[in-house]
Design a protein around this ligand. Structure first.
Ligand SMILES: [Zn+2]
Length: 192
């Protein structure tokens, strides 16, 4: 049995079965964690309101395993610190923040805490900094400026494949057997 209380930023939430949810958190102490939240979608769930994306919470995570294997985490409790209300009422910034956080969530491995990334996520949710996709890629250690397609080496790649952390061109993406939704389109996102 492993239990930890840590500050966390809610990255995303998805349905799991009839009434449960899987919550993706970026925790201060464990980095990215996917935790199961039981009965979250019941109307009476007090937890649910605290677990909207961009919320900053104190989370209690429990695992049956003695190892910090994030896949087995259960979210036992979450107390709201701040709900990023200003960001949520600014549609333009919110759209950009969703794209940035989506890219971060899909690119980073689980259980690898990073103080710098924690600060970046805090800057996004507080609107202290508005990051472009290019800037987020740079933070993740990827420079689009000199990048080419990983598969055919063509310069000016149009897509990013977060699972493998590499860029591809349109042709190679189309030819790939991978689900097309798993690629992030770059040209539509990059704003100068
Ligand atoms: Zn290519």
């Amino acid at each position: 049995m492993f239990e930890i209380i840590t500050e966390a930023i809610v990255l995303d939430k998805e349905d799991l079965g009839e009434s449960d949810s899987r919550v993706f958190l970026y925790t201060k102490d464990l980095g990215k964690v996917a935790a199961k939240a039981t009965s979250l979608r019941k109307i009476t769930s007090k937890l649910a309101a605290h677990l909207e994306p961009f919320n900053w919470v104190t989370a209690r995570l429990v695992s049956r395993s003695d190892f910090a294997d994030s896949r087995n985490f259960q979210l036992a409790e979450a107390l709201l610190i701040d709900n990023a209300g200003d960001l949520k009422s600014n549609p333009a910034n919110l759209r950009q923040a969703i794209e940035a956080v989506n890219l971060i969530r899909k690119s980073i491995p689980e259980s690898a805490p990073d103080e710098n990334l924690w600060q970046v996520l805090q800057n996004i949710r507080s609107q202290k900094t508005i990051y472009s996709i290019q800037e987020i890629l740079k933070i993740l250690g990827l420079d689009l400026e000199f990048a080419g397609c990983e598969l055919c080496r063509k310069p000016g790649p149009e897509y990013f494949y977060p699972r493998g952390n590499f860029f591809t061109c349109r042709t190679c993406r189309l030819a790939s057997k991978e689900t097309k939704e798993n690629f992030i389109r770059l040209c539509a996102l990059i704003q100068k």
